[in-house]
Design a protein around this ligand. Structure first.
Ligand SMILES: Nc1nc2c(c(=O)[nH]1)N[C@H]1C(S)=C(S)[C@@H](COP(=O)(O)OP(=O)(O)OC[C@H]3O[C@@H](n4cnc5c(=O)[nH]c(N)nc54)[C@H](O)[C@@H]3O)O[C@H]1N2
Ligand SMILES: Nc1nc2c(c(=O)[nH]1)N[C@H]1C(S)=C(S)[C@@H](COP(=O)(O)OP(=O)(O)OC[C@H]3O[C@@H](n4cnc5c(=O)[nH]c(N)nc54)[C@H](O)[C@@H]3O)O[C@H]1N2
Ligand SMILES: [Mo]
Length: 793
């Protein structure tokens, strides 16, 4: 009955009336709002939430009146109802004894008991080992990472130890964010008209002639507050593409130039492209002369990389490199849309430096249709990861693990986070190996939207060992019971989903409200409520109020909008004023002068600070540490170049595996191989294979993928099996590609790790070679033996 009603009403003129924040449709109240997490993603799309009389969410649709996504939604968002009422969603706080790690010995408790337990442990660890022994680990940009986990860490625990879930080399956005901070003083993003309410039709906007897509698959990943479909719109209007990606993505298939380079050789290609653009006189002299620093030194370094040399390193053709470079340099504007795979290599920051250099030398900084300078969030809202930093006392600031040995790590928007590989070594050595004064053993971990052993951490079996054996008391704040919580947590707290919470969204523009439209599921609390309550319970001088709405009002009142949360809720979305060429208007530097927020006040092709940090000032190429060239003997045994973790439509990292709909589309982990490689190994579509290297192995199914170089494979990440046995940790290591990756093997800046571009081999799974599965190998047989890497300081 209800279904029929909804189907009959797909057209209702009210849905286009952006002044209506809610209305009635038969028995349903329809709310205009924003969805972000949980379940997770990187966006914040406008939705229409159809809620029944009992306050239950029944359906979600894209909001066509929302200028951010203009009605489009991904399959995961459309499926939120299933996620909200999934059988295995957490209902109550639960605890377990430390000696029961790995056992299904959970006991239901009340929120009061849970908070009492946290308070008791926090006081004990603070008094015995110091506040820094309490670590908050955050996952990627969900509605927890921007202001929640840092508030909990800094205000609630008085600890400086906010970090990722063992994300080696901070290699998601960290490398790019840091090099952007040094070169441009702030973030730069591709201009797909997202700062303008009228979008592509705005008179201020200029369509990019060329979109340079580098290591990014945005129509699937929609990463970092950016929707891939914006580029599809630009393509429809005439933009052409250069795609730099070993895989023939949907975008690559439609590109003017596709450069399928050898994984993790991006710095060489970028230097060669810069070289050609300069050689052919395609640079923007005026911008370089008036607004930049260090161009001559930069380009001199790039001149050492001829297209011929890059072609040899990257396994590409020199003429194609030249032609693509010419097209990038002669198009006006060219917009760079870059991605994660640049961060997931040891030479992440030099590659980023060379690529950003291309954007600047061609005059595409903060021009319409180029790359926007994102100085701050909309209305200067204090929502960034670093925004709670002001609450950290001076004496605690120098206690951030990793910032002394990796000074570049202390720069940029993510600069206040403890460096993850240093955190691991501090944990493994009970505080002996760190870069702060005295021992700082790490005792308590709060997993705040991260599931390290299933997904975020490289060398997952090593993380499992370290956490099980060296940590004392751990808490997971989540909506499902994860393998990480099963393996090593003592307390699990159930969390509200997107439609059950009040919050704010701006990554970076426009500002959006998230409103609670549905009744809470059992005893779940929203992250906003949980953090606000816990901060006030643990810290009587908490600068943030003790409830969600008051907290959102406080954040708004400290920004430059007059809106209260109630006002914003009614408006749903708010567009601040936007200017191009902000550097010329004095809108970039904190002192209000024209120029960039850098040491020299100019865009720095060769950042002055790099030298101070003891790092090379110019971009350089570094061969991957495991490769056919650098380790030929290893490559004989493991001849394939392993890429990992390209995104899929159905899953956000380790999430969504518990949903029947998603598993119907994507039941098992897949490894992409070329038709030639499949034939060589006599493998057919869907066959299970072991993917193996000298560190470990995991099993995935063959997906035959035309266009892929026969020496490259791409394996999926984030796999665990919620339908499996809890006490076998849901089979978390069986298909886990992070059995093969490595920790503490990072770039010299502290940034960049080889999640991508390692060596491996594949072979068919048989009964005989599948007797001991990886989960058993790791949890019962001590894992695989090989020499682990260590940081040398
Ligand atoms: N559905 C879904 N969306 C997501 C996520 C998710 O898990 N699921 N995760 C989110 C997160 S945290 C992130 S960081 C983003 C990442 O999103 P993206 O930046 O799009 O990153 P990936 O999809 O990992 O890889 C992008 C492309 O890089 C190519 N590539 C592989 N190796 C190399 C290389 O060495 N060099 C170059 N130039 N290209 C290479 C891959 O073939 C792939 O097509 O996605 C976010 N969005
Ligand atoms: N091999 C390989 N490994 C990778 C990658 C790769 O490309 N290859 N990608 C890496 C990258 S770029 C990243 S960023 C990391 C991501 O790693 P993470 O961000 O740690 O992702 P998950 O492991 O899925 O853990 C997130 C957890 O948060 C929970 N959650 C979701 N929404 C909310 C919410 O609103 N509130 C709370 N409290 N919890 C929530 C989910 O249920 C889930 O258990 O993975 C990294 N791992
Ligand atoms: Mo990420």
């Amino acid at each position: 009955m209800t279904k029929k009603y909804l189907e009959g009403n797909t057209y209702n003129p009210d849905i286009y009336r952006s002044d209506l924040d809610h209305w009635q449709e038969g028995d349903y109240t329809v709310y205009r709002t924003t969805q972000w997490s949980a379940p997770g993603c990187h966006d914040g799309c406008g939705i229409l939430a159809y809620v029944n009389k009992e306050g239950k969410l029944e359906k979600i649709e894209g909001d066509p009146a929302n200028g951010y996504n203009r009605g489009a939604l991904c399959m995961r968002c459309l499926d939120i109802v299933e996620a909200m009422y999934a059988e295995d969603r957490l209902k109550y706080p639960m605890k377990r004894a430390r000696e029961d790690r790995g056992k299904d010995a959970w006991q239901r408790i009340s929120w009061d008991e849970a908070f009492d337990l946290i308070e008791e442990k926090v006081r004990y660890f603070q008094e015995t080992y110091g506040s820094g022994s309490i670590v908050v680990q955050q996952g990627t940009g969900r509605n927890t990472t921007f202001f929640h986990s840092t508030a909990l860490c800094y205000i609630g625990f008085n600890s400086p130890s906010d970090t990722g879930g063992f994300l080696s080399g901070s290699s998601c956005y960290g490398p790019r964010a840091s090099i952007m901070a040094l070169m441009a003083g702030c973030f730069l993003i591709s201009d797909m008209s997202q700062a303008l309410p009228e979008r592509f039709d705005s008179p201020d906007y200029v369509l990019p002639e060329c979109i340079l897509i580098w290591g990014n698959d945005a129509i699937v990943s929609n990463p970092d507050g950016f929707l891939g479909h914006w580029m599809v719109e630009a393509m429809k209007r005439g933009s052409e593409l250069v795609v730099i990606d070993p895989r023939l993505t949907w975008m690559a298939a439609k590109a003017k130039y596709w450069l399928p380079l050898r994984p993790a050789t991006d710095a060489a290609l970028a230097m060669a492209i810069a070289n050609v653009i300069d050689e052919e006189g395609l640079i923007d002299h005026e911008f370089i002369d008036c607004w930049t620093f260090g161009y001559d030194t930069f380009i001199e370094a790039c001149r050492t990389m001829t297209p011929e040399k890059a072609a040899e390193i990257c396994w590409l053709d020199a003429d194609t490199i030249r032609a693509a470079a010419r097209f990038i340099g002669s198009s006006h504007p060219t917009s760079l849309q870059w991605g994660l795979k640049l961060d997931q290599q040891v030479a992440a920051t030099p590659a980023g430096q060379a690529i950003l250099g291309i954007v600047a030398m061609t005059g595409n900084i903060d021009v319409p249709g180029g790359n926007l300078l994102m100085v701050d969030h909309a209305f200067n809202l204090a929502l960034s990861t670093g925004s709670n930093w002001r609450f950290v006392p001076e004496d605690q600031r120098k206690m951030i693990l990793g910032n002394n040995v990796f000074p570049m790590h202390a720069q940029g928007d993510v600069g206040n986070m403890a460096q993850e590989d240093v955190v691991l070594e501090a944990l493994e050595s009970d505080g002996k190996i760190n870069d702060v004064e005295g021992d700082m053993p790490l005792k308590m971990f709060v997993l705040y939207s991260t599931n390290p052993i299933a997904n975020m951490a490289t060398e997952a079996p090593r993380i499992y060992d370290a956490m099980v054996n060296h940590s004392e008391f751990n808490v997971d704040v989540n909506y499902v019971l994860t393998p990480s919580a099963m393996a090593y947590c003592e307390l699990v707290l159930p969390i509200a989903m997107g439609p059950e919470r009040n919050s704010l969204r701006a990554w970076w523009w426009p500002l959006r409200s998230i409103r609670k439209t549905s009744e809470r599921y059992y005893e779940c609390k929203s992250d906003e409520e949980l953090v606000a309550e816990l901060c006030n319970r643990l810290n009587p001088e908490s600068p943030i109020p003790d409830n969600d709405i008051a907290w959102m009002d406080q954040i708004l009142s400290e920004s430059n909008t007059d809106l209260t949360f109630e006002d914003l809720k009614k408006k749903v979305i708010e567009w601040p004023e936007w200017h191009y060429r902000k550097y010329a208007l004095g809108e970039v530097r904190y002192d209000g002068q024209p120029g960039f927020n850098t040491v020299t006040g100019r865009f720095e092709f060769t950042p002055v600070l790099l030298e101070q940090f003891g790092l090379p000032q110019t971009p350089y190429y570094e061969e991957p540490r495991e490769s056919p060239l650098s380790t030929p003997e290893l490559a004989e045994k493991y001849p394939l170049i392993l890429m990992t973790g390209r995104r899929s439509w159905e899953f956000f990292h380790s999430e969504h595996r518990n949903l029947k709909t998603m598993r119907e589309f994507h039941p098992d982990p897949l490894i992409e191989v070329s038709p030639e490689l499949a034939e060589e190994h006599h493998l057919a579509e869907g066959d299970w294979v072991w993917v193996e290297n000298h560190r470990g192995r995991c099993r995935q199914r063959i997906k035959i993928t035309p266009g892929l170089n026969p020496r490259f494979v791409m394996a999926e990440h984030g796999w665990w099996f919620p339908e499996g046995d809890r006490e076998r940790l849901f089979g978390v290591f069986d298909s886990n590609i992070n059995n093969l990756t490595t920790q503490c093997n990072i770039g010299q800046s502290g940034y960049g790790a080889p999640y991508n571009g390692l060596l491996c081999t594949i072979y068919r799974c048989t009964e005989a070679n599948s007797e001991v599965l990886p989960t058993e190998q790791v949890t019962e047989k001590g894992g695989w033996s090989y020499e682990r890497s260590h940081l040398d300081f």
